[in-house]
Design a protein around this ligand. Structure first.
Ligand SMILES: [Zn+2]
Length: 276
């Protein structure tokens, strides 16, 4: 097993602050379930805490439950074998779910992939990709080529595609974050990845707010979970992290984006369907 320090991890991108409200509005328009579940406890927070920024930050970025069909444009390669290989790994999310990525030669494609060396692995989250300028990437697969190991295609392409589908990092679940020693983590990520304390705080030490949409148990071998060494964990036990889409990831994708809509024989539903 290779040392966690040698594994290049994902640094997800967030939209600039000025776009946060517009992006939150887009997310709720596309899927009303993205509206944050503001817990009763927020009523007890000091006045001014529940701001527009707070609500925007808590808005999830899932696509509509009717299915996710996105076009993919490659900004820096026209190699048919490479493009097909990357797209095949994106579509590893498809079985049992209404998820389909198809290649497009147009900048109008929702997903735009670059392979800029040194820029790392990242993707914007879900519906946020609609707020990126058309000539800019929404995902970076640093230096990916036909020589890249198949295991990295599974670990990285499938993970970044998970972000494009709206899935946040699993290791930001409160249960995991509360088990990380902040001082040790800051020192570790500075040495391993050159991250500043602020980057480590944002990427590893800030738990996700509980949401009605992430009701599944914490899964430390999810494809969306980092590998975290035991040396930075309070209980000394490493978080294994995911190397491929696991059963719980797949179930979650199938629940959010079901392959077939549930049919109903309810007469009102039929009338409504005919009316449109
Ligand atoms: Zn990531």
């Amino acid at each position: 097993m290779s040392s966690p320090a040698t594994i290049k991890v994902c640094t997800p991108k967030s939209l600039p602050g000025t776009d946060l409200f517009a992006a939150a509005k887009t997310a709720v328009e596309i899927n009303p379930a993205n509206r944050p579940y503001v817990r009763p406890v927020t009523a007890l927070l000091p006045a001014g805490t529940v701001t527009k920024e707070f609500i925007s930050a808590m808005t999830t970025k899932y696509w509509k439950s009717g299915g996710v069909h996105l076009a993919v444009h490659f900004l820096d390669t026209d190699a048919a074998d490479l493009k097909a290989r990357i797209i095949s790994h994106m579509n590893a999310w498809s079985p049992g779910a209404n998820i389909k990525f198809s290649e497009s030669r147009s900048n109008d494609a929702e997903v735009r992939i670059a392979r800029t060396p040194g820029d790392g692995y990242w993707s914007y989250l879900g519906t946020d990709i609609l707020h990126i300028a058309a000539d800019q990437p929404t995902m970076n697969l640093d230096s990916f080529s036909m020589d890249t190991d198949e295991s990295e295609y599974k670990r990285v392409v499938r993970h970044e595609t998970g972000h494009t589908l709206g899935f946040p990092h699993e290791h930001l679940r409160r249960e995991v974050v509360e088990n990380i020693d902040p001082k040790k983590a800051i020192r570790y990520f500075l040495e391993a990845d050159g991250w500043s304390a602020a980057t480590t705080k944002a990427q590893v030490l800030t738990p996700l707010e509980d949401s009605s949409l992430i009701a599944t148990p914490t899964d430390t071998v999810s494809i969306m979970c980092y590998q975290l060494p035991g040396s930075i964990m309070r209980d000394g036990r490493p978080v294994p992290g995911g190397l491929d889409i696991d059963d719980q990831d797949r179930k979650f994708a199938q629940t959010l984006y079901p392959a077939k809509l549930v049919t109903t024989t309810h007469p009102v539903a039929k009338v409504a369907a005919h009316a449109h």
